[in-house]
Design a protein around this ligand. Structure first.
Ligand code: SAH
Length: 247
């Protein structure tokens, strides 16, 4: 190796330059790919509105345009980070499709003083999107490796209004309840009772409900001031199952 460089010093220099400029252009590639993704989501959401799903708001799209999704996926997936599809993140789990992240965020109607709970931190991406709109986000992940990695990513990127925890999200996070919005990003067979209890009056829960490994229904539950729930079904979705701790 040493001798090859000694014989072709010019080659080594050119390679070094190519690597450095490759890094710079990758960053701006990510930026332009992210803007293209926003455009795709805007178009898809307009098409979905023909089927009665409300279009995704510009407020939500603008946050999608800011959160660096490539920072939340494993190295080998970064090149696909701005395609509108789920990607593997390890431990058999996935980061959701951006359209679904945007739709669930929008349905939760988060405003800037809201306290939000997310069940299923996964990569931390959905939590970061919510953090751009909410006062504070609490998020729980059952797989320790994922929970720790997401916490590190969120901290590294400076998301100071997100608090993470490793544990079973079925029980919610009573210490910080009530929540103005709850997003469940793994599918329970029926809506967990503790989460309904921890939803504030006027609060919205967005949750995919249905049997494991089947198509589920994305539901919005709105808690009225008298405590009764209004349930609306939005679209069919497919999420990984909400698992439970064994104890
Ligand atoms: N919101 C994530 C993607 C969610 S994938 C993101 O933005 O990347 C669903 C996640 O829910 C998986 O990481 C899975 O491990 C987690 N999960 C499943 N059951 C859970 C439970 N009972 N409590 C907390 N997290 C759970």
């Amino acid at each position: 190796m040493l001798s090859a460089m000694a014989r072709f010093p010019g080659t080594a220099l050119i390679i070094a330059f190519a690597v450095a400029s490759g890094t710079v252009s990758a960053q701006s590639d990510y930026d332009s790919e992210r803007q293209a993704l926003v455009e795709t989501l805007r178009n898809d959401s307009q098409r979905a509105s023909e089927y009665g799903v409300l279009p995704i708001s510009e407020r939500t799209l603008s946050v999608i345009g800011q959160v660096p999704r490539h920072e939340f996926v494993p190295e080998e997936q970064k090149r696909y980070a701005y395609e509108n599809r789920p990607l593997p993140i390890g431990a058999g789990q996935t980061i959701s499709q951006p359209y679904i992240v945007a739709l669930m965020t929008d349905l939760a109607q988060v405003s800037k003083d809201d306290v939000v709970l997310e069940i299923g931190t996964g990569s931390g991406y959905q939590a970061a999107v919510l953090a751009g709109l909410a006062g504070h986000v609490y998020t729980i992940e059952i797989v320790e490796m994922l929970g720790k990695r997401a916490a590190e990513t969120l901290e590294r990127l400076g998301y100071s209004n997100v608090t993470t925890r490793v544990g079973d999200g079925y029980a919610g996070w009573p210490d910080h309840a009530p929540f103005d919005a709850i997003l469940v990003t793994a599918a329970p067979e029926s809506v967990p009772g503790p989460l309904v209890e921890q939803l504030a009056a006027g609060g919205r829960m967005v949750v995919p409900v249905g049997a494991q490994n089947r198509v589920q229904t994305l539901q919005i539950l709105t808690k009225k001031d008298d405590g009764t729930l209004l349930v609306k079904e939005v679209i069919s979705v497919r999420f990984v199952p909400l698992t439970r701790d064994e104890d």
